[in-house]
Design a protein. Structure first.
Length: 100
C-alpha cells in the first residue's frame, strides 16, 4: 500500500488553525452568549475534531470503508449531541420548583 506524503507546511498550517480554534474556545467561554455558548463551543470542538481526523489521522487519503466508518461515527455524534441539546434547551420551559 502506498502512502500519501503531505508537506510539513500543511501540518504547521493545521496546527496553527487548531491553536486559533483553541483560542476561540477560550474566548467564547469568557463571553456570555446565553444558551448559544454550548452550541458555539460544540461547533468549534467538532471543527477541531474534523481537522485532526482528516489530516493527522490521514483519513483524507484512506480507503472508502475507513471514510464510511468515520462518517458513521460523526453521524452518531451529531445524533447524540442533537438529543442532548434538545433536552438542554427544553429545560427552561418548565417552572423551577421553590426551594425549602
Amino acid at each position: 500500500m502506498t502512502h500519501h506524503v503531505e508537506p510539513k507546511k500543511m501540518y504547521f498550517a493545521i496546527f496553527a488553525a487548531l491553536m486559533i480554534l483553541t483560542t476561540v474556545t477560550v474566548a467564547v467561554a469568557e463571553i456570555d452568549l446565553g444558551p448559544m455558548n454550548v452550541v458555539v463551543a460544540l461547533v468549534v470542538a467538532c471543527t477541531k475534531a474534523t481537522l485532526v481526523v482528516l489530516f493527522f489521522m490521514h483519513v483524507r487519503h484512506s480507503s472508502p470503508l475507513t471514510r464510511l466508518t468515520v462518517a458513521a461515527g460523526f453521524v452518531w455524534l451529531v445524533l447524540l449531541l442533537g438529543l442532548t441539546l434538545s433536552d438542554y434547551v427544553s429545560r427552561g420551559w418548565l417552572p423551577q420548583p421553590k426551594g425549602w
